[in-house]
Every structure is written in structure tokens, then in C-alpha cells.
Design a protein around this ligand. Structure first.
Ligand SMILES: C[S@@+](CC[C@H](N)C(=O)[O-])C[C@H]1O[C@@H](n2cnc3c(N)ncnc32)[C@H](O)[C@@H]1O
Length: 208
């Protein structure tokens, strides 16, 4: 995510979950990182190095003073927040030349997702809940967009664990029959190794 220019910066990770990004930014990019998340359970499970500060807070009411951060990152959390309010809050806590970086799924991601074949409604549900590039362009005027294509590789056991524990919140939105039938089908049909494209869309403000 070169465009976001995070190295050594004062960064706020909004919707930090278990601290995956906060950890990487602190360890790999020597950033000074704060994270907030609305879920006490996620924060309790978070593992971050000393120096990374995590707080229980919502994106829509950030407990920080104006102009404190150089970067605010929403990594796979922008679809869960009230974006008009959360982006206004992000701008408030940023310095004048600060940047907001939103990392979300590109629309193409939903077409090729490895779970579609077991849970046919997933694509429709996710398309409706994740922001499109056009929506983000309207919400973050002047944002620069980049697509990042990756490949996820995991074993049948790892895939089944993801299905059984409902690792993405879309599982909570599935019809119980579809969930039951899709899980049984995944148990029968998943191959030993799974490879699936991961198509990310990154929007960064203030790069010009
Ligand atoms: C899909 S997870 C992504 C977590 C992390 N960014 C990552 O990529 O591993 C989304 C996170 O956003 C958090 N979240 C949802 N609504 C939120 C809100 N209004 N304010 C702050 N965090 C929120 C959830 O609790 C969850 O931890």
C-alpha cells in the first residue's frame, strides 16, 4: 500500500480487530500505531507489540483530539461503519496534510470467492454491503484508487475451520438452511488445497 505512505507515521487503524494490520505496521513499517474497535471480544483477542495502543471505540466517535494522526486506515472495516460520520471523524483527527486509506474488496472479488459454490447467496449479500469504487469516490473526493490482486492458499482443514466458525460476518446473514446445506457440501467436496484470488481495492486521499 505504497500510496498511503505509512512508514514511520502516526497511524490510526479503525476497526483494528485482532490487530493484524496494527502489528504489521508497527513491526514492518516502524509506524506509531493506535487501533480502535467496536468489539471488546476482538480487542481481548488482539496480539500487538508493546507501543501499539488499542482502544475500545467506534469509528463514528473517535476518542482522540483534532489533528493528532498523519494517517487513518480502514482495513476491511469501511463496510461496517456509518461512512459519512466515520470519514468526517477521520478527517477531524488528521493533520492538515494527512491521508485516509480505505482497503476494501474490489467488486471482482465477490465473483470469484471460493465460498460462492457452497453458499450461493454470499455474492449478492456481499455486493450489497461493501462500498463500490463509485461510492468511495463520492465519499472521499480526490481519492486515488489502486487495485491489488493476491492469491490466498490454504488447506482443506483451514477452509473447514473458516466455514465452521463463520470467519466472515456474511455467514451471520445467510439463511439457516443455506448455511446448513452449504456447510455439509463443503465438508464433502472441498479439495485438499484451495487457491482463491483476493481482489482488494485501495482508496487513498491527499496523494496529489
Ligand atoms: C472484518 S473485521 C476486520 C478487522 C481488521 N481490520 C483486519 O483486517 O483483520 C471488521 C472489524 O471492524 C469492527 N467494527 C465494526 N463496526 C465498527 C465501528 N462502527 N467502529 C469500529 N470498529 C467497528 C469489527 O468489530 C471488526 O473487528
Amino acid at each position: 500500500m505504497r500510496e498511503a505512505d505509512l512508514r514511520g507515521r502516526r497511524v490510526l487503524d479503525v476497526g483494528c480487530g485482532t490487530g493484524r494490520l496494527a502489528r504489521a505496521l508497527a513491526e514492518r513499517d516502524a509506524a506509531k500505531v493506535w487501533g480502535v474497535d467496536a468489539s471488546p471480544e476482538m480487542l481481548a483477542a488482539a496480539r500487538v507489540p508493546r507501543g501499539v495502543r488499542l482502544k475500545h471505540a467506534r469509528a463514528e466517535a473517535l476518542p482522540f483530539r483534532d489533528g493528532w494522526f498523519e494517517r487513518v486506515v480502514f482495513w476491511l472495516s469501511a463496510h461496517l461503519v456509518d461512512r459519512a460520520v466515520a470519514f468526517a471523524e477521520a478527517r477531524r483527527v488528521l493533520v492538515a496534510d494527512g491521508r485516509i486509506a480505505v482497503v476494501t474488496f474490489d467488486e471482482s472479488h465477490f465473483t470469484t470467492h471460493w465460498l460462492n459454490r457452497f453458499f450461493p447467496s454470499m455474492e449478492r449479500i456481499d455486493r450489497a454491503r461493501f462500498p463500490t469504487r463509485e461510492q468511495l469516490a463520492g465519499e472521499l473526493p480526490g481519492a486515488h484508487f489502486v487495485r491489488i490482486s493476491q492469491t490466498a492458499r490454504f488447506t482443506r482443514e483451514e477452509a473447514l475451520e473458516r466455514v465452521h466458525c463463520g470467519h466472515i460476518s456474511t455467514f451471520d446473514l445467510l439463511d439457516p438452511d443455506e448455511l446448513r446445506q452449504g456447510t455439509a457440501r463443503a465438508e464433502r467436496e472441498l479439495p485438499d488445497q484451495i487457491e482463491s484470488p483476493v481482489e482488494l481495492l485501495v482508496a487513498v486521499t491527499g496523494t496529489m
